[in-house]
Design a protein around this ligand. Structure first.
Ligand code: TYM
Length: 338
C-alpha cells in the first residue's frame, strides 16, 4: 500500500453455503461492525463463490438472505455500510476475467484451500473452485479496497490478491493503480476451532452438528453443545503457556476471551485451577448472553424477505456506482475499446 494515494476502503464477504457460525462471527462479522463507524465499508454475500461447489438454487436464495440477515442482526447498519450480493454487481465478474489473465497457474497451484476442498478427486472439481481466489481478488480490488477483515484461514487468499494487484500495476505500467490490500486478521477469534476437535477449524460443513455453534442456535442448543464439547481431564492452567498441547482447552478459553473482550491470560487468572465442570457453564452463559440476542434478531429479519431483498438491491446499486468506473478505467488500461 506504501505509495497508494486513494481513499481507505474496507471490503469483505461471506459465502452463502451454510449457516452462519461462531467462527464467522468472531473472525469476520464482529470486525465488520467495529469498522463501519470509521471507514467506507462494503460487505457482500459472495453467492458467486458459493456455486463453486453445488448449491441447490432455492436453498441458495434462502442462504443468501440468511447471511445478509446475519450481518444486520450482528449490527452491520446498511445506512452506514454497503450490504449487497456479489452477483448483483456485474463488475466483479468482469474484473475476475481480466484477473484470470493476470494470475499465474503456479500461484493457484499453491492454494491450500483448493486442495482441501477438492480432496483426492481434483479432476472432478469445478474450474470455478480452482480460480476462486482470483474472483476474491476481483471482489476486493473492484472497489480498490485497502483493508480486508477476515479470519486466519483467508491469509493465503489475501496474499494472492496482493500479488494480482502488484502484477497488474507492474505489467500495465500503472504504479499504484490498485492498492495492495491489507488483511485485518489479528485479535481473539481469528481462528475458532471445532468443539469436537481442537485441531480442526470450526466449519459449517462439519459432519457433527455439535462441533459448531450457529448464530441461530437457541440458548438450549448452545448450552448443550458447550456441555458436550471435547475437553481433557485436567483443570485449567493459571497461565496461557499451560494451554500448550491442549487444543480443546485452548479453544474454549479463546472463545471465552474473544466474547468477553479479554486476553487468555485474564480469563485464566479468573478460572485457572478450575475444572471444566465450572468453566463450561460460565462459557455457556457468556455465549448465550452474546449470541442468543443476535439469533433472535436474525430470525426476525429472515421472516421479512422483502426487506432483506430491498437492502441487497439498494446495496448492489450503491456498490456498482463505485465499481463500474473502476472497471471502465481497467478496460481502458488493458486496451479494450470503450
Ligand atoms: P467463508 O465464507 O468461508 O468465511 C467467512 C469469514 O469467516 C471467517 N471464518 C472464520 N474465522 C475464525 N474461525 C473460524 N473457524 C472461521 N471460519 C470462517 C473467514 O476467515 C472469513 O473471513 N473466501 C472467503 C469469502 C470471500 C471473501 C472475499 C472474503 C470471497 N470474497 C473478499 C474477503 C474478501 C470465504 O470463503 O469465507
Amino acid at each position: 500500500m506504501a505509495d497508494y494515494q486513494g481513499p481507505e476502503r474496507v471490503l469483505s464477504g461471506i459465502q452463502p453455503s451454510g449457516g452462519m457460525h461462531l467462527g464467522n462471527y468472531l473472525g469476520a462479522i464482529r470486525k465488520f461492525v467495529d469498522l463501519q463507524d470509521r471507514h467506507d465499508c462494503f460487505y457482500c454475500v459472495v453467492d458467486m463463490h458459493a456455486i463453486t461447489v453445488w448449491q441447490a438454487p432455492a436453498k441458495l436464495k434462502a442462504q443468501t438472505r440468511h447471511i445478509a440477515a446475519s450481518y444486520l442482526a450482528a449490527g452491520v447498519d446498511p445506512a452506514r455500510a454497503v450490504v449487497f450480493h456479489q452477483s448483483g454487481v456485474r463488475a466483479h465478474a468482469e474484473l475476475a476475467w481480466i484477473f484470470n489473465c493476470v494470475a499465474r497457474l503456479g500461484w493457484l497451484d499453491r492454494m491450500t484451500q483448493f486442495k482441501d476442498k477438492a480432496g483426492k478427486d481434483k479432476e472432478r472439481a469445478s474450474v470455478g473452485l480452482y480460480t476462486y481466489p482470483v474472483l476474491q481478488a476481483a471482489d476486493i480490488l473492484v472497489y480498490k479496497a485497502t483493508h480486508v477483515p477476515v479470519g486466519e484461514d483467508q491469509k493465503q487468499h489475501l496474499e494472492l490478491s496482493r500479488d494480482v494487484a502488484g502484477k497488474f500495476n507492474h505489467d500495465y505500467e500503472v504504479p499504484n493503480f490498485f492498492p495492495l490490500p491489507e488483511p485485518l486478521i489479528k485479535g481473539a477469534g481469528a481462528r475458532v476451532m471445532s468443539l469436537r476437535d481442537g485441531t480442526a477449524k470450526m466449519s459449517k460443513s462439519d459432519s457433527s452438528e455439535n462441533a459448531c455453534i450457529f448464530l441461530n442456535d437457541d440458548a438450549d442448543a448452545i448450552a448443550r453443545k458447550i456441555k458436550k464439547a471435547k475437553t481433557d481431564p485436567e483443570p485449567l492452567p493459571s497461565e496461557p503457556a499451560g494451554l500448550e498441547g491442549r487444543p480443546e482447552a485452548a479453544n474454549l478459553v479463546g472463545i471465552y476471551a474473544a466474547l468477553a473482550k479479554k486476553t487468555d491470560a485474564e480469563v485464566l487468572a479468573e478460572y485457572g485451577g478450575q475444572g471444566f465442570g465450572v468453566f463450561k457453564p460460565a462459557l455457556a452463559d457468556l455465549v448465550v448472553d452474546k449470541i442468543a440476542p443476535i439469533g433472535d434478531e436474525l430470525r426476525r429479519l429472515e421472516a421479512d424477505e422483502a426487506y432483506l431483498d430491498a437492502v441487497l438491491r439498494e446495496g448492489a446499486a450503491k456498490a456498482a456506482a463505485v465499481a463500474d468506473p473502476i472497471v471502465a478505467d481497467v478496460k481502458e488500461i488493458v486496451g479494450f475499446l470503450v
